[in-house]
Design a protein around this ligand. Structure first.
Ligand code: C2E
Ligand code: MG
Ligand code: MG
Length: 508
């Protein structure tokens, strides 16, 4: 072998070593000799070529599979961390983002603020236009919220019509400007599914403090939102520690009320309702009374509101209904006989929305042997406005059973005539605020006259509430109001006192 061949063989060995170590791009030139060494070289070159192509193929396949895996992972994340309807972050991702922002703040960044936004009239939109439109509206609102913050801030949907935002640079002015832009954007109707939907927003804001947890920051913003909803819907409230104390005290009161209902701590008082023409006693309104073991007597407005917020109001209303109907049965068996006498019982709007409501009432009457016509259920006008299919069904069932329904506090809410006509009500209770100035304020006189004319046109009857003076009673009688209720004829009183009064009246 020549020296030249030796060198080529060395080169060949080197090529084999390099190929074996994975450097598949290496090749060796074929010599002009075209001898056996060249034959091996050509064979090796071809093999390397083929291996390189195979390798490239494999790499492309691996890259493709990796991309598929990443996309699946992204989809999983989307499901786990984002709200499917609006594409906003969900509660879980929001928690992470708040925690992250707080951690950055610990390292010198500006502390974040959290806003909780709750729509005010969403239920009415769902009830009126259907859930499809409701969903479209939520998507539109999500867009509004996205527009008012920076890309680095987070917008989340907590569920239902409740949203939250994390503003990273929680500087007071910027945060309040964000809140105000949301509020004013939602002051105008939002177009969803071809419908102009009016929904306001109640907004709670909480600025973070050092060492606070993500959970408490969100909870406090939520508490502020509830404070806004309770005091002035459609406004922005900044969290104050007193709100937490108030929320806590409401929770405690709800617990106490539950115990009070279970241990018969509540009482029912009865206030006379008179026929204005001859001042005869036409019936009574049953009003719940609670003497709290530590706080003393509590105004029903306070504990009814707590009961409504905590879902206890159904229990409260049924307890009052049962107690009052039992009392009416005793009066009928003793002092009243079959004399016409109406028992009015207040029912929260939530009661009418519960599917078994009409049955509960009729069963109660049957149990105590009281005829349906002797009972009138009062429901407040304002809260019934967003009435739904279930409420209407309850009303129809009650009406079919012969049980009366009255609209309470008429004139304080969005008194709507179609509403009065469409709903199956028998009686209107004119709110005390419209009765107070009757004898002194000519405007008040005009409003009362108009309401009574409407009541008459629909063939309904009216009770004027809160009548305190003879002058008011005289004006109401003159305007054709049929019934009156108020201190003029007696304050709400215990069953024992009422029994005495009934005896005296009936004996006369
Ligand atoms: P309401 O149904 O409109 O009851 C009339 C309220 O006006 C009663 O207040 C009564 O004491 C008061 N009132 C009656 N006459 C006069 C008057 O001449 N002058 C003045 N200033 N006030 C008068 P009360 O008992 O404090 O009840 C407040 C509200 O709490 C009730 O308003 C009713 O909405 C609610 N409520 C009471 N008991 C129940 C209940 O068992 N269930 C439900 N859901 N709500 C109840
Ligand atoms: Mg009432
Ligand atoms: Mg009333």
């Amino acid at each position: 072998m020549s020296d030249r061949d030796d060198a080529r063989l060395d080169q060949l060995v080197e090529l084999v070593v390099e190929l074996a170590s994975g450097r598949l791009d290496r090749r060796m030139d074929v010599s002009p000799a075209g001898d056996r060494i060249d034959a091996v070289v050509m064979g090796l070159n071809m093999m390397a070529e083929e291996l390189q192509a195979l390798n490239g193929d494999l790499e492309a396949r691996v890259a493709e599979r990796t991309a598929q895996l990443h996309s699946a992972q992204r989809q999983l994340e989307q499901v786990a961390l984002y709200d499917p309807l609006t594409g906003l972050a969900n509660r879980s991702l929001l928690g992470d983002r708040i925690a992250q922002a707080m951690a950055h703040a610990d390292h010198g960044a500006a502390p974040p603020a959290v806003l909780v936004v709750d729509l005010d009239g969403f239920k009415a939109v769902n009830d009126t236009f259907g859930h499809g439109t409701g969903d479209l509206l939520l998507v539109e609102v999500a867009e509004v919220l996205r527009r008012v913050v920076h890309d680095t801030d987070t917008v989340a949907r907590l569920g239902g019509d409740e949203f939250a935002l994390v503003v990273l640079d929680g500087e007071v002015e910027r945060v309040l400007e964000v809140a105000d832009r949301i509020r004013s954007a939602l002051e105008h109707p939002v177009l969803a599914g071809g419908h102009a939907c009016w929904v306001g927003a109640s907004i709670g804001v909480c600025f973070s403090t050092r060492g606070q947890s993500a959970d408490t920051l969100l909870r406090d913003a939520d508490t502020a939102m509830y404070a806004a909803k309770a005091t002035a819907p459609g406004t922005v409230q900044i969290y104050e520690p007193a709100m937490h104390a108030a929320a806590l005290s409401r929770v405690r009161l709800a617990e106490d009320l539950r115990a009070a209902l279970a241990t018969d701590q509540l009482r029912v008082h009865y206030q006379p309702i008179v026929e204005l023409a001859d001042r005869s006693l036409a019936g009574v309104e049953a009003l719940a009374r609670w003497h709290h073991p530590e706080r003393g007597p509590l105004p029903p407005e306070e504990f009814v509101a707590v009961a409504e917020a905590t879902g206890l109001v159904g229990m409260l209303d049924t307890w009052v209904l049962d107690t009052a109907v039992a009392q009416l049965a005793r009066w009928r068996a003793g002092v009243l006989g079959d004399r016409p006498f109406g028992l009015h019982v207040n029912i929260s709007p939530a009661g009418f929305r519960s599917p078994r409501f009409a049955d509960t009432v009729t069963e109660c009457l049957a149990r105590h042997g009281v005829p349906a016509g002797a009972v009138m259920l009062e429901v407040t006008e304002t809260q019934m406005m967003g009435e739904d299919a279930q409420t209407l069904q309850s009303m129809e069932a009650l009406r079919a059973a012969g049980i009366g329904v009255a609209i309470d506090d008429f004139g304080t809410g969005c008194s709507s005539l179609t509403y009065v006509r469409r709903l199956f009500v028998d009686l209107i209770k004119i709110d005390r605020s419209l009765v107070t100035g009757l004898d002194t304020d000519p405007h008040q006189h005009g409003v009362a006259a108009a309401i009574l004319a409407v009541v008459d046109a629909f063939g309904l009857a009216a009770v004027a509430e809160g009548v305190e003076t003879e002058a008011q009673a005289a004006v109401l009688t003159g305007l054709g109001c049929r019934y009156g209720q108020g201190w003029l004829w007696g304050r709400p009183q215990s069953a024992t006192h009422m029994t005495r009064r009934l005896r005296a009246t009936v004996a006369r």
